[in-house]
Ligand binder design. Sequence first.
Ligand SMILES: *Cc1c(COP(=O)(O)O)cnc(C)c1O
Length: 392
Amino acid sequence: MTRSSDSERHLTLDPEPTSGHADRIQVLRPLLPDAERLLSYLRRIDACRTYTNWGPLISEFEARLAAHFDVPSGCVTSAVSGTGALVGAILAATGRTTAERPLAIIPAFTFVATALAAELCGLRPHFVDVDADSWQLQVKAIERHPLLKQVGLVMPVAPFGRAVPQAPWLEFHRRTGIAVVIDGGASFEAVAQDPATFLGDIPVALSFHATKSFATAEGGCVITANRALSAAVGRALNFGFFEARDCGAASTNGKMSEYHAAVGLAELDNWSAKYASLREVAAAYRRQMAAAGLSDRLLVAPDVAGCYALFRCADVAEAAAVVDGLAAAHIETRLWYGNGLHRQPYYVDASRDELPVTDRIAPITIGLPIAVDLPLAAIKRIAAAILSGVVT
Ligand SMILES: *Cc1c(COP(=O)(O)O)cnc(C)c1O
């Protein structure tokens, strides 16, 4: 399963048209800082000869991220990937898993990394359903979950970058003592819009994967206002070392390198322009879909992160027609979360609740092409191809 999702992601990032059609529109075409923008940062690495281990570029990157999110410095810990950030946050928040509480509650409607990270930390995923409107875990449902006594971790997810509010989960954590780690995934934009709502003591892991709006190719971070927890995340991502070179905690090597920090700093330099471009692409999608009479089916920024354009189909038959119509026009689509985690080959036998909402929405929420520089002509073609497949 890991292999197939891997090759699928490589296909997404392939800069060459995969089928020979010059007019092919890729589902996602990332654009990261070019060599010119990176150069001054790379020269600093050359001069300093520090390449990793929380070097000067990482320190600057973390401090600038903290400023961006309006939190004190020391609240942001960089990581090798979003998955690495999750592992660091989980290890810091749970330590060694206990025999009495082996389960991690995870929404079935998410990217597979959420469950894999919990499993790497020794927890056993138990999939639960999401709310039909927010697509998020419902704290009330988790509180009265029959397996709660066996739960060592709950992982609310920000689906498609829709950020998770802290307050209900902080309350849940205080009441139950159960560790909570928010998989913030692609919620970089939403979190920065309203840090007071989306940041606090509960750790939030963000992904800076190339496919996300804010990207360092591979990378991520953990944000928490709890200083002790933040230090524990750093320790969990660096062999359990803290000050001395003695392993004092369950841990891994999940550090971000100075080279990736260089990309992150250059990405921050250009972020307001990139953010504006993503918003323009979203606005163009809105206009074209409105012209096609399909406004209520489209989800783009700021409803979701700028790296997603989603089309909601009425049912699986329409979804098949829409995907076929787009494919016939050489337009790629993607079910970003597949058909739910419980449909991933590796997780078919995993412990889970009934999942009617995930089963309904996952197969009909179609990922449309997105890029910061997606041309208007491409968006017009996409809207026309969708219209041909939609049952109106
Ligand atoms: C992207 C993403 C991840 C994984 O992040 P990586 O940086 O690719 O490891 C995990 N969860 C969610 C919700 C994501 O969107």
